[in-house]
Design a protein around this ligand. Structure first.
Ligand SMILES: [Mn+2]
Length: 320
């Protein structure tokens, strides 16, 4: 029996979902099964090629639903799990008892462990640490900004490497480790250590740039990173550096877009009345009430600065 496990690539929860599913399948369904993995990424147009489902069993974890008749297992927790209403209807009609949707779960990893335990008698005490951290990381439930930004815990170090490494097959090669070793042991593997050092020094440089540039006034912090080469930065850095910030607005630019990222400080108890998704929707963006963004064409920096200025003014007025 071959099992094809498709998972959300470049994501800690995606990799951990594949690991917990692996253990579940081996213990509760078929100990002899041969599991193969394939990472999936979000892209415009068709998400799946039909020939991706080339196992005797075909599985998707932590990724959108597929109505393919070849799909036999599915677990997801994303709000936007169904690409179309027809897909949602196909899922609701499913009678297999092997397709599960848990939007109330903060991580797909914990959702798989929960379904395994409650419906199949699955137990995996040695994976508790992995499940716990997938839930913290995917749900952004960090106890404090230090945990998110200083990345002292092995789970955070592995996450930085998973999100940063672009070489094909890297996350796939990590799944057997996640199934069998404690996180501290995985973070100490030479190839993980080396990649972490490289990404972490880049992270520290970004922290310094934000520290120098950020302007905090009336509870709103603003910084402009549009001249920097990489678009990405850890979104908790502003609150780590400036705990008094209630909201943050950041401008960044990549080859594909200019981005205005708008967020709120989860550790600052000041009441937050602004709905950031609604604010960003007015400018063609979107997201969640507490974190949202707007993407503009890469050459439209002046317009982006204008929009950022308007949002900053609105948020400052709301904090007062
Ligand atoms: Mn997830």
């Amino acid at each position: 029996m071959t099992v094809r496990v498709c998972f959300h690539d470049q994501c800690f929860d995606g990799a951990c979902s594949a690991a917990v599913f692996t253990r579940f399948y081996q213990e509760c369904i078929d100990p002899q099964a041969e599991l193969h993995y394939r990472g999936l990424v979000h892209r415009a147009g068709r998400l799946f090629d039909e020939d991706a489902f080339d196992g005797d069993e075909n599985v998707i974890v932590d990724f959108k639903y597929s109505a393919s008749e070849r799909l036999t297992w599915w677990f997801d927790h994303h709000q936007s799990a169904f690409l179309t209403e027809a897909d949602a209807e196909h899922f609701r009609r499913d009678q297999s008892g092997k397709k599960f949707y848990g939007p109330e779960f903060r991580s797909c990893t914990k959702f798989i462990a929960h379904i395994g335990a409650t419906k199949f008698g699955f137990r995996c005490p040695d994976l508790e640490e992995l499940i716990h951290w997938a839930d913290i990381i995917d749900g952004a439930q960090y106890p404090d900004p230090q945990t998110a930004v200083e990345m002292r815990h092995p789970a955070m170090q592995i996450t930085l490497v998973i999100e940063g490494t672009r070489s094909a097959g890297f996350v796939v090669s990590l799944i057997p480790e996640l199934v069998s070793k404690p996180l501290a042991e995985i973070a100490a593997l030479p190839q993980i250590r080396a990649a972490f050092e490289q990404f972490y020094s880049q992270h520290l440089k970004t922290v310094e740039i934000i520290r120098q540039r950020a302007e905090l006034r009336d509870g709103v912090i603003f910084f402009d990173m549009a001249d920097q080469e990489s678009e990405g930065f850890n979104k908790f850095v502003p609150y780590y550096l400036f705990p008094a910030a209630v909201y943050s607005v950041a401008l960044s630019r990549s080859r594909e877009r200019t981005k205005i990222a708008v967020g709120s400080n989860p550790w600052n108890p000041t009441p937050k009345d602004a709905n950031l998704a609604s604010i960003c929707e007015r400018y063609g963006g979107g997201g969640h009430a507490k974190v949202a963004a707007i993407s503009l064409p890469p050459d439209n920096l002046q317009r982006a600065r204008e929009v950022a200025g308007q949002i900053i003014a609105e948020l400052r007025a709301s904090v007062k």
